[in-house]
Design a protein around this ligand. Structure first.
Ligand SMILES: *Cc1c(COP(=O)(O)O)cnc(C)c1O
Length: 472
């Protein structure tokens, strides 16, 4: 699909209008009947607020039900109190730290809490910021890696050297964006056999004097598995011993950095590893906040070249900022602070454990049906991928995805990248709000569909490309 473009109405219908129900008008139903604002052109005059509200509201009824969306990692349920706080802050601009010093202070506290949670050796030395999500956080972290490398290689760059970034082919699309936008060569380690994420040895082998860093993903979006961050660091330690190359690691913990600290305390993946120089997470995934917030942290100011940090003074103060955006809502940051305060470590542990238990239970139920083979079991991220069992020839994963949609469930089906393009999977993302009861209804719906799927003469999905829905 191209980006949004201008009106695409056929010639015969150059000026299609929105339909207005006469009842929607404030006082005069007859006036309401004659009003029909254009769709693709700014209307000439105003509408009563109630009419405008109803028109927009009615159109949005056809959006899916976010709670039944098992494709997204992003939070779809928060407490009413969080909603109230967000509404109270919707006029606050995060950039305006002088005007809204308390909002800025809450952001600072969140960074401090994350530095502590991720075991920064000196939490007061760690630096970080909020962002609109992990994508922006990854851009910032990638820029810091590139700038540090450029400083070390000032004699060769921008002359002859071309920077590269080493990562698994399973990285989220934001890393491809980073490489394209900032002109860094992506060096991707392909999948092999039953290994669906980055291999430490293969990563070290791709590194050379132009490698700005290695990205390790804590929680692959393809199958929910954790990449072996400690082993990747160890392979890079060995590389340094052999060759003198000192390659920093960035951990993309979009999901896992808010799961592992609570459920996998003994897994060492964070700032306890000296080679990990920065970490990002999505506050709006397992940070449990509505869309619009992410976090980027660096071990110490040495990891974040100071020329990247801008000082903003024309809004009244002198505030350091590191961001791609300028203006941005403060509400999500406030909601993150609220959630930290509300849940604490024990609360997060309880919520994430419940989600993981539901994921594991659901994976087991699906395995027990006999028609599917699990690739992951929901015991790392509460996410699992599965495919059809080898003997199943009547239907494929795309058929399952399409049929589940008829019952309102969004479960994406997609093909893996190199070297496992032969493998197509379904993926279920369990989030807080997918209750055990909803999970049970999902199993019932899938069970009801199976006899029909089994009696198909062959898989029906002709256009695999079209069948593949959103899965990042
Ligand atoms: C979701 C995700 C991203 C992108 O995060 P947004 O918050 O949606 O911008 C990046 N990396 C990984 C591993 C992800 O799961």
């Amino acid at each position: 699909m191209p980006l949004h473009k201008g009106p695409d109405e056929p010639e015969s219908e150059p000026d299609r209008r929105l339909a207005l129900n006469p009842f929607y008008g404030e006082a005069n139903p007859v006036g309401g009947m004659t009003d029909a604002p254009p769709r693709h052109r700014l209307p000439d005059g105003p509408l009563p607020p109630m009419s405008a509200y109803q028109v927009v509201h009615d159109e949005l009824m056809l959006d899916g039900n976010s709670r039944l969306n098992l494709a997204t990692f992003v939070t779809t349920w928060m407490e009413p109190q969080a909603g109230v706080l967000m509404a109270e802050c919707r006029d606050k601009n995060m950039i305006d730290k002088d005007e809204y010093p308390r909002t800025a202070e809450l952001e600072r506290r969140c960074v401090a809490m994350l530095a502590h949670l991720w075991n920064a050796p000196d939490a007061s030395a760690a630096v970080g910021c909020s962002t609109t999500g992990s994508s922006e956080a990854c851009m910032l972290a990638g820029m810091a890696l590139k700038r540090r490398w450029a400083r070390r290689n000032a004699d060769r760059y921008p002359g002859s050297a071309r920077p590269n970034l080493v990562m698994g082919i399973n990285v989220q699309v934001c890393w491809e964006k980073f490489c394209t936008f900032w002109e860094v060569e992506p060096r991707l380690v392909p999948m092999e056999g039953d290994r669906f994420h980055l291999d430490p040895q293969a990563a070290a082998e791709l590194c050379d004097e132009n490698t700005i860093g290695v990205v390790a993903v804590l929680g692959s979006t393809f199958d929910g598995s954790y990449e072996p961050v400690a082993e990747i660091c160890a392979a890079l330690d060995a590389l340094q011993e052999r060759t003198g190359l000192d390659v920093p690691v960035h951990v993309d913990g979009a999901s896992g950095a808010m799961v592992a600290p609570f459920l996998d305390e003994h897994l060492v993946w964070d700032f306890r590893l000296p080679r990990v120089s920065s970490i990002n997470t999505s506050g709006h995934k397992y940070g449990l906040v509505y869309p619009g917030v992410g976090w980027a942290l660096w071990r110490s100011p040495a990891e974040l070249p100071e020329e990247l940090v801008f000082r903003v003074n024309y809004l009244g103060g002198d505030m350091p900022t590191f961001a791609l955006n300028f203006s941005r809502p403060g509400a999500q940051v406030v909601a993150q602070y609220y959630t930290f305060l509300r849940l604490g470590r024990e609360g997060y542990r309880a919520v994430q454990q419940t989600t993981r238990d539901i994921a594991r239970g659901l994976a087991e139920r699906i395995e027990a049906m006999g028609d599917f083979r699990l690739l992951t079991r929901g015991d790392q991220l509460p996410v699992f991928a599965f495919t059809t069992a080898p003997e199943v020839t009547a239907f494929d994963v795309f058929d399952v995805s399409r049929r589940l949609r008829e019952h309102g469930w969004l479960v994406p089906a997609y093909t893996f990248p190199a070297n496992r393009q032969d493998l197509s999977v379904l993926r279920v993302v369990c989030r807080n709000g997918l209750s055990a009861d909803l999970a049970e209804l999902f199993v019932e719906d899938l069970n009801r569909l199976l006899p029909e799927l089994r009696s198909q003469p062959r898989p029906f999905s002709r256009d695999k490309q079209a069948a593949t829905s959103f899965h990042h």
